[in-house]
Design a binder for this molecule. Sequence first.
Ligand code: KG4
Ligand code: ZN
Length: 333
Amino acid sequence: MSVILAIESSCDDTSVAICNNGKITANVIANQTIHQNYGGVIPELASRVHQQNIVPAVQQALIDAKVTKQDVKAVAFTRGPGLLGSLLVGVSFAKSFALALNVPLISVNHMHAHILAHFIDDPKPNFPFLCLTVSGGHTQIVLVKDYFDMEIVGETLDDAAGEAFDKTAKILQLPYPGGPLIDKHAQLGNPHAFKFAVPQIPDLNFSFSGFKTSILYFIRKQEKENPNFIAENLNDICASVQYSIIQILMNKLKKAAQQYDINEIAIAGGVSANSGLRNTLQQLAVELGWKVYIPAFQYCTDNAGMIAIAGYHKYLKNDFVGQEVSPMARMEF
Ligand code: KG4
Ligand code: ZN
């Protein structure tokens, strides 16, 4: 029985998962709601809540997976990238737990893990495949040649796609994180009600900061004419913004698929939970003959299940780290 316990604490979710012989048998996620009051994650608060959540989350994961501490053969953890204080809680706990159990430690890159979440359930992608990873901190097109042989072929030059969702939500006075709320309102609106300029960025790269500013100016201008503009048009604004973000993402993904002549296409990261993005990808699969891979909702946003599966594939290669390991806010891909 190869039981791996995995810990994810890179941002504001404390998550603990168990991988038993390559199957995820527990994936506990303790969300932090405290940040809703502030319009964004407050790092100091996040690390304090991780400290409160981590032990109960570990206990719950062991119960869910029907295993005991003594069954654990290795401890995997997110080393980075992420918020340093948040990572420190998970890394310190993982190190102490592994030391106490006398089992090896496995270091996992959070961005690799978002992609490797595709190896939790069937169908699993075939190498090489392209993965569009879209989260609150990253927007990348990755050429995935093997489990740990990946190359970023395009990325954002400024804001991430998730930030475009969250910052638009803030402009619309919706609470943090706004992505899921934009998605909800967008489902009731007309995606062609308003037009937003799509940034012209070379190669396979993205830019979202000008896009966000154009939305801010558009809303301000409309509010001058009609102070109730947001309230009266919320669904249409959300649908139109979401439509534009999806167009920006899909244009580059189509270009990458053509350039690398690959039709195995995956999406990963928090924004891959977006219903519009998921539907558009399904349509493109039919239109362009792509084989698309879309993760289950629980493995889109931050979760330790993805850390556990990444850890499992490192465990098979005896790829362990020592107790001297420390978290990295910025971590090489
Ligand atoms: O991967 P993730 O949980 O954390 C990071 O590593 O950043 O991604 C969080 C991001 C947030 O920006 C959140 O608003 C966005 O994913 N998100 C969504 C949806 N669900 C989460 N964006 C659009 N539509 C959604 N349904
Ligand atoms: Zn993430």
